[in-house]
Ligand binder design. Structure first.
Ligand code: SAM
Length: 227
């Protein structure tokens, strides 16, 4: 269902994800008066937390069901667009893309195309903050809360750097399934794509922590990129 039916349950499914911590990290790169866009905003959790701090945040996502939920959270310009084909006549001080959005791309070529599109809507002195997934192995996890049982299984093909992720959740007797294929990019691949299109990686962090440098062994990576 790729975020279609999942959209209704997304917030419940990720109830324990520490969005406040992630937004705390992002605020290190946001200053008064900045114009911001959340790329792959999903249900708009980061955007709405930043909005509550007094900023205006535009929102872009490919999936209309996710955008419908985001619309209930904040006032914004909502763009139903693909990150491979962005058509926005505006430039931003800060572009954020959180929780593996760019891992939905299929190749380094697509990553380069997407970063080039982001550069097209970035002000000269603006910053792009991208949060990428970086699995180290295959695994599974099962837990229950709020009358929901979640089962997550992920199979990481290290050689091709592809993760196949399966999500199953049960609410009462009703069962829902979703699956995603993630392309995993190395730090060097991201840096090389940026260099090719005239962007520069300023820093790479791990776990939304300014004191932790992101490495190939980190489970998630936050890239801070500028012109
Ligand atoms: C894991 S969710 C993250 C959502 C949100 N950023 C968050 O942190 O909760 C990934 C989001 O990326 C969006 N997405 C995936 N591929 C996309 C594409 N090619 N263009 C725009 N959005 C895309 C999905 O629709 C989904 O909302």
């Amino acid at each position: 269902m790729e975020y279609k039916e999942f959209a209704k349950y997304y917030d419940r499914f990720y109830k324990n994800k520490d969005y406040e911590k992630e937004v705390g990290f992002l605020m290190n790169f946001i200053k008064e008066g900045d114009e911001i866009i959340d790329i792959g905003c999903g249900t708009g959790i980061h955007a709405s937390l930043i909005f509550q701090k007094g900023f205006y945040v535009d929102c872009l996502d490919l999936n209309d069901e996710m955008l419908e939920v985001a619309k209930t959270r904040l006032k914004s310009n909502f763009y139903s667009q693909n990150i491979l084909d962005i058509n926005i006549d505006k430039k931003y001080d800060v572009i954020i893309s959180m929780f593996a959005v760019l891992n939905h791309l299929k190749s380094v070529d697509e990553l380069e195309k997407c970063l080039s599109n982001l550069r097209g809507i970035l002000k000269d002195d603006g910053k792009i903050i991208i949060d990428l997934h970086n699995p180290q192995s295959s695994g599974s996890k099962k837990d229950s809360f709020d009358n929901m049982t979640r089962i997550m299984e992920w199979n990481y093909e290290k050689k091709n750097r592809i993760e196949n992720s399966k999500i199953t959740f049960m609410i009462g007797y009703k069962r829902y399934d979703d699956s995603h294929v993630f392309k995993i990019f190395t730090i060097d691949e991201v840096k090389e794509c940026c260099t090719k299109i005239g962007l520069k990686v300023l820093n790479v962090y791990e776990n939304y922590d300014l004191d932790k440098e992101g490495k190939e062994t980190s489970k998630n990576l936050q890239f801070v990129i500028c012109n």
